[in-house]
Design a protein around this ligand. Structure first.
Ligand code: GLU
Length: 509
């Protein structure tokens, strides 16, 4: 177990000027906003981050001096936490670099075919590839064609479900749609034994969820409501609407019409449902467009239990998101869902445009896009990227977080394990906590290590007059001749402090 230290968001810094010096590398007594931006960008806090935008406007200056710095830190905890490397991925630059390698490797894969059931998808340049990451602390980076828009298609389905759940609650929503994987293709003409769609992430279930949403509003206002939710999920970046995709979807929708009529025959819809309106609504939502750079924010909102990391706005209830994650884990990747859960072990949702949402709960959201699809309908590169990610990082929901494995835990700070053991040991020695010293020794702590001032556990036990600890350390044959930076050995220190019993112990051979 790692000890948990209070984060700086809870406790004020004891020496904010040390962080000032971290950025003011040349000791000029000030630094520019650009220098601060660069330092933050290295931690994944990008210049277009609203939290930093506010900071820049408020300061109104282009230079920050030591007095302004303290005030700025107090107002913007994100700055303090980022510079202290207290965000969820502390070594963000290394993480980014590693994902760039995965991206380049994955890009070589040119297998698969773009969806061609409508001309708008068939015409998309198949070589495009984009990955964007956003952590629950709003640390971000994007790779490849991250600003190119593509349509959401089936990746709109989790959001439709969350909206229905937040508006109507679990009981009502699930009296109209099941929550079991279907084991069938996403648009197969089949319902469960109760005559309901198998789950909200296949076509029938998505049409059903949309039919439940905001029924009192006009079709235009219902669409605005969903569209605006996407804008909020993307931290204020409005998505686009691809009218050509919408028109094509509508024209080639025989199967979706058939599903809707089948559901109506089984009385699955609430009474008075306008079937055509529900279908239109579904085609419209599939035709919303955005890019991975913005959609990563939506994925991160899901990773962050419904709260957008950049705006701090609660967009969905935490329980709703939990239910949605369970469904994405079991049903999000078409007929590959079981295999994906087995191999990747993360909630995800794909769409025929080559879009893929991946959620690492409590860590980050990832938006991936590459149009070539495998036979099942998932983005070939999207799936490969996820596989490579899971090979390297312990993000699978069932990866061990308690055992050291071959995988990297990027939630950990560099040297964190050793560092904590070491600091703990020195602290335990000065407090006279012998049991704790034995525990740390058992866990691999080196009893001879010293701090920056050359002070060893033995020095500290002497300084605080802890005979029991001194005797134990000596019995473990620690090096009693080590000098601290002032040239003192533990024996000299005991003499100086006139701790006779300790002098006796240390002077004995
Ligand atoms: N518009 C598509 C359909 O309903 C969505 C397909 C998908 O992305 O799974 O057929």
């Amino acid at each position: 177990m790692q000890p948990s230290f209070p984060s700086s968001a809870e406790s004020p810094l004891s020496d904010p000027q040390a962080l000032f010096r971290l950025i003011d590398r040349h000791g000029r007594g000030f630094f520019s906003l650009e220098e601060l931006q660069l330092a933050l960008a290295a931690e994944g806090i990008l210049p277009d981050d609203q939290r930093i935008g506010r900071l820049m406007q408020e300061s109104g200056e282009t230079r920050i001096d030591a007095a302004q710095w303290e005030e700025l830190l107090q107002r913007h905890h994100i700055v303090q936490r980022a510079l202290l490397k207290e965000l969820v991925i502390p070594e963000f630059a290394a993480f980014r670099q590693s994902l760039e390698e995965i991206f380049e490797e994955t890009k070589k894969n040119e297998k698969g075919k773009v969806a061609d059931y409508i001309p708008q998808l068939a015409r998309v340049d198949p070589d495009q590839f984009a990955v964007s990451v956003c952590t629950i602390d709003g640390q971000r980076f994007s790779l490849g064609d991250a600003s190119t828009n593509f349509c959401l298609q089936s990746t709109c389905k989790p959001v439709n479900y969350c909206l229905a759940m937040d508006e109507l609650g679990e009981e009502k929503v699930h009296s109209h749609v099941g929550r079991e994987p279907s084991g069938r293709t996403f648009n197969e003409l089949s319902l469960n034994n109760d005559g309901l769609p198998h789950n909200p992430l296949i076509n029938a279930g998505a049409i059903m969820c949309l039919s439940l949403l905001k029924r009192e509003l006009s079709p235009a206002d219902r669409f605005d409501y969903v569209f605006d939710t996407w804008r909020r999920l993307c931290a204020g970046h409005a998505p686009a609407f691809n009218n050509a995709v919408y028109l094509s979807e509508r024209q080639t929708a025989d199967r979706n019409f058939a599903l809707a009529y089948f559901m109506r025959e089984k009385k699955a819809f609430p009474p008075d449902t306008d079937l055509i309106e529900a279908l239109e609504f579904y085609f419209q939502c599939c035709s919303i467009e955005s890019c991975t750079h913005h959609l990563a924010l939506a994925a991160a909102t899901l990773a962050n239990a419904g709260i957008n990391p950049l705006t701090d706005e609660e967009i969905f209830d935490d329980e709703t998101v939990q239910h949605c994650m369970s469904l994405m884990l079991t049903c999000g990747m078409y007929d590959f869902s079981g295999e994906f859960a087995f191999r990747i072990g993360l909630p995800a949702k794909s769409g025929v445009s080559g879009a893929l949402f991946l959620v690492v709960p409590n860590v980050m959201g990832i938006s991936i896009w590459s149009p070539r699809l495998d036979k099942i309908g998932n983005s070939v590169r999207g799936v490969e990227f996820c596989e490579r990610l899971i090979e390297r990082y312990n993000f699978h929901l069932f990866d061990s977080l308690t055992r050291e494995t071959a995988k990297i835990n990027p939630r950990r700070r560099k040297y964190e394990g050793e560092f904590h053991r070491h600091i703990h040991l020195l602290y335990a020695a000065s407090c006279g906590d012998l049991d704790e010293i034995k525990r740390l020794e058992a866990a691999g702590a080196d009893l001879n290590l010293s701090d920056y001032d050359g002070r060893t556990a033995l020095h500290l036990a002497v300084a605080e007059n802890r005979p029991e600890v001194v005797a134990y350390l000596l019995s473990r044959q620690v090096d009693r001749t080590k000098q601290d930076r002032w040239g003192n050995t533990p024996l000299e220190e005991a003499r100086r402090l006139e701790f006779a019993a300790l002098v006796g112990l240390l002077a004995r051979g």
